[in-house]
Every structure is written in structure tokens, then in C-alpha cells.
Design a protein around this ligand. Structure first.
Ligand code: GAR
Length: 214
């Protein structure tokens, strides 16, 4: 499975995905790391790992759809099977999302559907919730929406600052994104409407559906 990772800045989730996929036997390969921001720090990491990088700067386009079309053209040329958004901070048009339906993943630092959007950690702390976390999900045209593949819960501690909480959640993000990618590359994730069902491999390595893993 050929994977493209889209980033906008630091790219620590991209790094976790690249490190996982470069381990022997991982069923997916990162073929390109693309950024809308030429200054994205993560681009150098990808280059150092021998991965092709590409900048498509949104500022070079007047219309959002033209920017999205340029991304589609590049990813199609690279024969990409799956797109992983990893801190990609541009909203993608419905046309783009529908073109890649069930072939785009996103990671978001909350337990969706709670706390969509920005300033997630501040809002989680202010809500008084005892737990938050992170979510890997298929992308739909609405922001931070789509069938959930994997989540990790993280407790909110009494004295947490937003930065404390973000740091503890990020540790979990780096675990669940490679896990979600592995499940998809093993063809164990099926989308049923708004819900993903995960099957477990049986002893032959083929997949059986375990209703309790949903
Ligand atoms: C991550 O925490 C990711 O969950 C979040 O941006 C950060 C990017 O960090 N994404 C969103 O908020 C998307 N709605 P990274 O560049 O180090 O991976």
C-alpha cells in the first residue's frame, strides 16, 4: 500500500508513521511527504529518511479547489493508495475529500466527536471532563468528522496546563496512527455507514469479523 503523508509544520505524527512503516514486514510504504508550507520542519526528517518530499504552497493558488486539484494530480501521479493527514492545517474541499473517499485518514487530538476544531486542549480542560484523548478517523467533508478507526483515552489531571495535556496525548497519537495504518493495510477495517468494523486475523492470516472489536 502506497501512502502519502500531508503535513503543515512539525510533523511528529509523520515521523511516527515513517518509523513504523520502515520496520521490516510493515504492510505499507510512505512514498511521499507533502506540505503546503515550505518551512515545515518535518520535511527535512522525511528527506533524511530517503522519502520524496513535495511542497505545494496554498499561497500560490487563488482558489481552494485549484490547490486541492494540484495535490490530487501529484498524488495520482505517485500512484498513492492512501493519504494520511498529520497536522495538515488546511481544510480540504468536498470535491477533494469525495475524490479520495475512504482513502484519507486524519488524526485529531481529542476523543471525537468531542472537541472538534482548534484550541482542543484548552476546551477539554475548561469542560471539566475527566478524560480526553486522540482519534484516527476516515475524513469526510465536515471538519474532524468521519468513521472512527482507533482512539486512545488520556486522563485530564487536576493541574494540567494545555501544554501538559497536549504532550501526554501526543505520546498516544504516535501509537495509534501507526496502528490504524497497519489495520487498514492489512485490510481489516471496513466502513459501514458512519462506523468502522475491525476484523481480527485468524490463524491462516485471513480476516474474520469479531463483533466485540467494533
Ligand atoms: C497533532 O497533535 C495533531 O493531532 C493535530 O495537530 C498536531 C500536529 O502535530 N491535528 C489537528 O489538530 C487536526 N485537527 P505534528 O505536526 O507533530 O504531527
Amino acid at each position: 500500500m502506497k501512502v502519502a503523508i500531508l503535513i503543515s509544520s512539525r510533523g511528529s505524527n509523520m515521523q511516527a508513521l515513517v518509523n513504523a512503516t520502515q520496520k521490516e514486514g510493515f504492510p505499507a510504504e510512505v512514498v511521499t511527504v507533502l506540505s503546503n508550507n515550505p518551512e515545515a520542519a518535518g520535511l527535512q526528517f522525511a528527506k533524511d529518511k530517503g522519502i520524496e518530499t513535495k511542497v505545494i504552497n496554498h499561497r500560490d493558488f487563488d482558489e481552494r479547489e485549484d490547490f486541492d486539484d494540484a495535490i490530487t494530480e501529484y498524488l495520482t501521479d505517485k500512484k498513492v493508495d492512501l493519504i494520511c493527514l498529520a497536522g495538515f492545517m488546511r481544510l480540504l474541499s468536498a470535491k477533494f475529500v469525495n475524490r479520495w473517499r475512504d482513502r484519507i485518514l486524519n488524526i485529531h487530538p481529542s476523543l471525537l466527536p468531542a472537541f472538534k476544531g482548534l484550541h482542543v486542549h484548552e476546551r477539554a480542560i475548561e469542560s471539566g471532563a475527566r478524560f480526553t484523548g486522540c482519534t484516527v478517523h476516515y475524513v469526510r467533508p465536515e471538519m474532524d468528522d468521519g468513521p472512527i478507526i482507533v482512539q486512545a483515552a488520556v486522563p485530564i489531571l487536576q493541574d494540567d496546563t494545555p501544554d501538559d495535556l497536549a504532550a501526554r496525548i501526543l505520546v498516544q497519537e504516535h501509537k495509534i496512527y501507526p496502528l490504524a495504518l497497519k489495520l487498514i493495510a492489512e485490510k481489516r477495517v471496513k466502513v459501514h455507514g458512519s462506523v468502522c468494523k475491525i476484523s481480527e486475523p485468524d490463524e491462516d492470516g485471513t480476516s474474520i469479523t469479531n463483533p466485540q472489536t467494533r
